[in-house]
Design a protein around this ligand. Sequence first.
Ligand SMILES: [Zn+2]
Length: 279
Amino acid sequence: MIFFFGIRATKVKERKLKRTACPNCQTQDSFTVSTFSKYFHFFWIPIIPLFKTHVAECSNCKKTYSKAQFTPKMLKSLENENRIDPAKRPLWQGCGCILLVVVFAVLFGLSMYGVYMRANNPQAGIEEVDDRRQFLDADMGKMTKAVQQKDTLTFALKSCVDYDIVDGLDTENFEYFTQLKEDKLLILMKVSDIKKIETKYRKELIDVIEDCLYAMDRDDLIKETYIAVEGKWNTILVKTPFNEDLGGRFANKNLLLPFYGTRDTTSTTTNVKDSLMVE
Ligand SMILES: [Zn+2]
């Protein structure tokens, strides 16, 4: 049977025991003492160094003695040897310890990163099961500085925002994406240097966008507007017909998902609805 963890030993030193006699064959100075260092291993990786053991063998009669069986003279001779030429434990016997510390440090770092991401985005848990996030992320990737004139709605919005924003922001570097779907309008705007605006004033960017939309007078066409302002790294502001997140630091972009329709709910709720419709 193979054990994946346990205690192993390696020989770390071999020395002669001087001024001793073998109690078995009476030969003088015939002993070679081997010192073994034991360590705890896990999958053959040494984790913790343990105690040392000594075994003496008589070169004449080949009888071996564990340390408990040593004569007082043998013990004294070993003590002498340990003083002048100590048997040191090899460093590698503790390397698993270092490895474990590194592994724990990495795991700790990763979990801290997870906590940090979750704190910034409380809905992180549902992202992967919601298909609409793919659409949103794709649209986020389509934001551009180079708005084409033929993209009339975006172009009109950009012109208006450029005109309205007079304080120190570099409007030329704003990125835009808009999408009209039935009577719903999605507006994504990226302001990389949003840090220049004090947090509490950032939501005024939403006001600027809304004023511009109002000025465009497209109420006949647009019933619901979904607006998000991105900073350099994350979503800063979100406003939808149903929700808003205008704290100005970390906004939950999942609030935009209703723009892409209702979420496909799991079988249980759908089945209930289906059976009600049959009746
Ligand atoms: Zn002997």
